[in-house]
Design a protein around this ligand. Structure first.
Ligand SMILES: [Zn+2]
Ligand SMILES: [Zn+2]
Length: 153
């Protein structure tokens, strides 16, 4: 992702957050903005623990409870998406400026790769359609060893 893409995404996320807050009669705060910036600057699939560390580096006054509350709000506003992979802990990825994608997860080092395959998408729709099922969303997660970990083991 280029710096320009990041800037566009941040602007879009801020606009979406503002309208979400206005809808609820809330105002945006500097803390919320700081958490949003740290979230979008982090790698995709960041955990709350990792995010707290990042936020604390820049803003000593922001505690974990605030980060948790903000992330809940961002999910409601559609800015963040919650993911729960095998480890059970919640991870977040941006909900703006990203297309639908699925994941490859390394069980050894925890590396998370994204992929998108039109054939798989189409096949899923076909299977659901043939059974008269209409899909709201899907998750496809492939677990195994990444090339680096495969070499070591
Ligand atoms: Zn690995
Ligand atoms: Zn992802």
């Amino acid at each position: 992702m280029t710096g320009e893409d990041r800037a566009t995404r941040l602007r879009e996320a801020k606009a979406r957050l503002r309208s979400h807050l206005e809808h609820r009669g809330l105002r945006s705060t500097r803390q919320r903005d700081a958490v949003l910036e740290a979230f979008l600057a982090a790698d995709a699939h960041v955990s709350v623990e990792e995010l707290c560390e990042r936020v604390r580096d820049a803003h000593r006054s922001i505690g974990a409870a605030t980060v948790y509350r903000c992330m809940g709000l961002f999910v409601q506003a559609g800015i963040a998406k919650e993911r729960r992979f095998h480890e059970g802990r919640i991870r977040y990825e941006p909900g703006v400026g990203t297309e639908h994608h699925d994941h490859l997860i390394c069980l050894a080092c925890g590396d998370i790769q994204e992929f998108e395959n039109p054939t798989i998408e189409r096949l899923q729709d076909e299977i659901a359609g043939s059974r008269g099922f209409s899909v709201t969303y899907h998750r496809l997660e492939l677990y195994g060893l990444c090339p680096r970990c495969k070499k070591i083991s």
